[in-house]
Design a protein around this ligand. Sequence first.
Ligand SMILES: [Zn+2]
Length: 426
Amino acid sequence: MSQGTLVKRQFGHRARLALSPAGVRAADDQAHAARTMWNLLHAWWRMMPKEERTLANADAAIRQARKDIGFLAVLPAQAAQAVLKTYFRAWQNCWEGRADAPNFKGRFRTVMSVDIPQGRDLNITRVHRRWGMVNIPKVGRVRFRWTRDLPVGKRANAENRITGARLIKDALGWHIAFRVQTLQGRPEPHEGPDIGIDVGVTVPIALSDGETYEHGEWLTGKEKSRLLHLEQRAAQRQRHRRPGERTSRRLHRTYDQIAGLRAKAKRRALDWQHQTTTAIARTYGTVVVEALTITNMVKSAKGTVEEPGKNVAQKSGLNRSINGEAWGRTVTMLTYKTAQLGGTLVKVPAPGTSRRCSACGFTTPGSRESQAVFVCKNPDCGWSGNADHNAARNVLHLYRMGLALIPAAGRAVVRRAKRVKPAAAR
Ligand SMILES: [Zn+2]
């Protein structure tokens, strides 16, 4: 095998951890200690004169803090180092215009997480078809759901290995996100056909060949009524709070239950997205999408004054929060999945794709009868059909006309525009 045919890939793999109640408490304590460490570091930074804000000084400061403050000792030394590294990287990101300046992390606003920077500490083994075991520093051996073949044991080598992990707690509990590094053969160019995709208004994803990908509701009727009940209860308790009163344990518990149901819906949506994008990347060689702007996305739900959107109520609330981030994620998934399978993803600037007739090519005002049906007003054509498929065919047409705006092929990296910062901001 020559190096030329192999490509290095780095990706994350997230698995659910089966922690005991004591394990959950230990992980919680570590995450709280990591957050406290961050806050101490930030306080130290703000207090220090500019020239003394060095990595070495910060390192000395956190070592001292670990000695002075008892509960910080629950955080493994490696994880404390990782906090330091992340904090300095946050400033770097800020100075390079990619992010806002780091700030204090509040207890309830922050995602609980602990870094395990060294892959060799993990000592991963597979113990069952569905279960693996991982070593978590200061917690012990923990089972996790084995849903993907990981390069561990005999299958691990210098190129294929797990380089580290991160513990993350969400509303469904503690998870572990492995950082996986592999060396894989470069895929053969995908011979499949070209396809245009439109974010449907009536269907989630419409393809130019007439295929649609749809999904049901993310929550069952029972789950939805429970969510509504919990939200009403939370609102009721909020109304009866006196100003300045602390949030009660019961209210926090209700918030957690609400977050749990929302996370469940989101996980189902994510699962559907993975299945859909994998199917598309397997079938088609070139995938063309519309280069959407945020304003377009808002419009697609609300509609315009002349052309109000349908089902606006259904597209608000929970659905909106999932749909809102869904398209960007669909494109991200398609970008790396097509690249992995030898295909390409192309973005085209697509104003008016929903108003142009894909049969005759005329953009005649009033052609879109409703959100669902397109009827061409050109007297020589008169074509009518599904409005979303029509838009998808227009997206493909724009690509074939050579209007590709951004060649996104094989590029899973999101490039952000650099903001110009005034020199005084440093
Ligand atoms: Zn027409």
